[in-house]
Design a binder for this molecule. Structure first.
Ligand code: FAD
Length: 511
C-alpha cells in the first residue's frame, strides 16, 4: 500500500481547513526552477524540514519536494494526533478512577469521542502552522508540491519540472507495513493513515500488533470505552524492551480492561452482517472475534519504490530502505538520506538528528568548517507513550552481554518514590545499567507515568559522560518522580564497599 496523498475523511470544520491550508494549500503554484540548487530535499517530514532549516541558515539555495502533506507523518498522522488523543483518553481513565483520588464524578461518564477528535484537529492545525508551506517558502526554500522521481545522478523531476542539484537528500519516510491476512483488505482496516479521520468511536476494536503504535492506540481506544482486543503474535508486547517492562504494560492493559491475546496470530477476516469476524490462532487454539474496526500496527516500510533510485545510482532495499554509510551518504556521493527511509530507529527525534548530520556532511568541505559527523555516535532515547510510559536509552543488558561488557544494574521501584505514591502512579521502575566496577552509565529503562520526560536526564548523562557518582550529588527537587534517578545513583554509592577507616575498598572508578 502506498501512502495516501490526501486525507480521506474531511470533517469539514475550520480546524481541518486550517490544517490543510498549512500543509497542502489549495491553489499552490510550484516555482519555476532557475539554475542548480545547492540542495534538493525529497520529502517534507521532520527530516526534510529540519534539513531545509539547517541548509537555509547556511545560505544555501534549497528546494524541497513534498508529494502529500508537509510535516510528514509526525504532525499529520503520527506523533501529534496520537499524543493528543492519548491525553484525552487518560482523562477518561482518571475520571473512572476518581474515587481513588478522593474525588467524585457525578453520574455516568459519557465519552464524547467526536469532541476528542475535534480537539485533536484543533491542536494539529495549531502545531502544523510551524510546518506550513507558506512559512517554509518565506524562509527562502523553493517548495514543490508533487512526487519526485530521480532522472539521473544530479537531477530529478517533479510535476513536469526538472530540478538539478549539487547535493540531494532523500527524506521520504515510511508507511505502514500491512499484514497479508486473507480477507483483511476486503473487510477494510485502519492504519495510522486513516485512524485519525474517525468521527465515531468503533464499539469493538481489534488491534493487530503489539509494538508502540498498537499499544498506544489500543489503550487509548479502550479508555474511550471501545471494547478492545489486542493480538500480538509474540509472548510479550514491545519485544525490544526488557521483559519486566513489557510485563508491567501487560498488567496495565489487563487493569484497563483490554483483552490481551499474546502468542496470537490473526489468520483470516470475513464480513458478516456488518461485523468483521477475525479468526485468531494461539498455539493450537482457534477462536473468532467480532469487531467493528481492525487497526493494524505491524511495522513500517521505507518509501523507496517510486523514486526511480536506480537512475540516480542509489542502492536500496525494500525492507531496510536507502543504503547509507555512517555519514548518511548513499551509493551516489552527491546524495544523502535521513529519517525513516534509511534508519532502524524510526522516530521524529532521530529524523531530526540524522538530517542535521546529513546536511553537515553534504557540505562539510564547503560552507562548514568542521569534519564529517557519524550516525553511530548518536545516543538515541525512545519512549512508548502508554500509561505507564516505557522509555529506554543506551544498551539493554542482553546487548551488553553480547558485547562481553560486564554490567551492574541499580533498580528503584516507583512505589519507593514519594511523588509517585502521592500521584497514585506507583507502577514502574527506574533501572540504570553501569559498566561493572565503574559508575559509567551504559543504558537505562524507565517505566513510569512520565518516563519520556525522565529518560532525558539519563541521555544527557550518557552524552556528557556524567556517571552515577555525579548524579548522586545532583539535588533533585522534592517531590518529583525523577528522584528515582537520584535514588538509583545513591544505591550505587551505597554499593561501594567501605573499610573500617571509612575508605572505599571497592575498585569502582568514575566514568
Ligand atoms: C501513529 C504514530 C505515532 C508516532 N509517534 C511518535 C512519537 O511519539 N515520537 C516519535 O519520535 N516518533 C513517533 N512516530 C514516528 C515519526 O512520526 C516518524 O519517525 C517521523 O515522522 C519520520 O520522519 P521522516 O521525515 O523521516 O519521514 P515522514 O514523516 O514519513 O515524512 C516523509 C515525507 O516524504 C514524502 N514523500 C515520500 N515519497 C516522496 C516522493 N517520491 N516525492 C516527494 N515526497 C515524498 C511523504 O509524503 C512524507 O510527507 C510515530 C509514527 C506513527 C505512525
Amino acid at each position: 500500500m502506498q501512502s495516501r496523498s490526501k486525507p480521506d475523511a474531511t470533517p469539514g470544520d475550520a480546524y481541518q481547513r486550517e490544517w490543510m491550508q498549512n500543509v497542502r494549500p489549495s491553489g499552490w503554484r510550484n516555482p519555476t526552477p532557475v539554475g542548480r540548487h545547492d540542495l534538493v530535499i525529497v520529502g517534507g517530514g521532520p527530516a526534510g524540514l529540519v534539513a531545509a532549516g539547517v541548509a537555509t541558515s547556511l545560505g544555501l539555495k534549497v528546494a524541497l519536494v513534498e508529494r502529500a502533506l508537509l510535516g510528514g507523518d509526525c504532525v499529520n498522522v503520527g506523533c501529534v494526533p496520537s499524543k493528543t488523543l492519548i491525553r484525552t483518553s487518560r482523562l477518561y481513565a482518571e475520571m473512572r478512577n476518581a474515587q481513588h483520588y478522593g474525588a467524585q464524578v457525578p453520574g455516568d461518564i459519557g465519552v464524547a469521542f467526536p469532541t476528542a477528535m475535534l480537539r485533536m484537529r484543533r491542536i494539529r492545525a495549531r502545531i502544523s502552522r510551524a510546518d506550513s508551506v507558506q512559512q517554509l517558502s518565506a524562509t527562502g526554500v523553493d517548495v514543490f508540491l508533487g512526487e519526485a522521481h530521480f532522472t539521473g545522478n544530479d537531477s530529478l523531476s517533479v510535476d513536469g519540472a526538472t530540478l538539478r542539484f549539487k547535493r540531494a537528500l532523500i527524506a521520504t519516510g515510511s508507511r505502514p507495513d500491512t499484514p497479508s491476512i486473507p480477507g483483511l483488505a476486503e473487510a477494510g482496516f485502519l492504519t495510522n493513515e486513516n485512524v485519525f479521520d474517525l468521527t465515531e468511536l468503533p464499539r469493538r476494536v481489534l488491534v493487530i500488533g503489539g509494538g508502540p503504535l498498537g499499544c498506544e492506540l489500543a489503550q487509548a481506544f479502550c479508555r474511550f470505552s471501545a471494547q478492545t482486543t489486542i493480538a500480538q503474535d509474540l509472548p510479550l508486547f514491545l519485544p525490544k524492551e526488557e521483559r519486566d517492562a513489557a510485563q508491567l504494560l501487560s498488567d496495565a492493559f489487563a487493569r484497563d480492561g483490554i483483552e490481551v491475546r499474546l502468542n496470537t496470530a490473526a489468520v483470516q477476516v470475513r464480513v458478516e452482517g456488518g461485523k468483521k469476524l477475525v479468526d485468531l490462532v494461539s498455539d493450537d487454539y482457534r477462536s473468532t472475534v467480532a469487531v467493528d474496526a481492525i487497526l493494524t500496527g505491524t511495522g513500517r516500510l521505507p518509501n523507496v519504490e517510486r523514486l526511480d533510485l536506480a537512475k540516480a545510482g542509489v542502492d536500496f532495499d525494500t525492507l531496510t530502505g536507502v543504503r547509507v554509510d555512517d555519514y548518511l551518504q548513499t551509493t551516489n556521493p552527491r546524495i544523502y538520506a535521513a529519517g525513516d527511509v534509511c534508519l532502524e530507529h524510526k522516530f521524529t527525534h532521530t529524523a531530526d538528528a540524522s538530517a542535521r548530520i546529513a546536511v553537515h556532511n553534504a557540505f562539510a568541505s564547503g560552507a562548514l568548517p568542521f569534519g564529517r559527523r557519524r550516525l553511530s555516535t548518536l545516543t538515541i532515547p525512545w519512549c512508548t507513550y502508554t500509561d505507564p510510559e516505557i522509555a529506554h536509552v543506551g544498551l539493554y543488558v542482553r546487548e551488553a552481554r553480547d558485547q562481553d561488557i560486564p554490567v551492574r544494574t541499580f533498580t528503584i521501584p516507583m512505589h519507593d518514590v514519594a511523588r509517585a505514591i502521592a500521584d497514585g502512579e506507583e507502577s514502574g521502575f527506574v533501572k540504570i545499567h553501569v559498566r561493572e566496577r565503574t559508575d559509567r552509565i551504559l543504558g537505562a529503562t524507565i517505566v513510569a507515568r512520565h518516563a519520556g520526560e525522565m529518560i532525558n536526564e539519563i541521555t544527557l548523562a550518557i552524552v556528557a559522560r556524567i556517571g552515577l557518582r555525579t548524579l548522586a550529588r545532583v539535588i533533585h527537587a522534592y517531590p518529583t518522580q525523577a528522584e528515582a534517578i537520584k535514588k538509583a545513583a545513591d544505591a550505587y554509592i551505597a554499593s561501594l564497599r567501605w573499610n573500617a577507616r571509612g575508605k572505599r575498598t571497592g575498585r569502582a572508578k568514575p566514568a
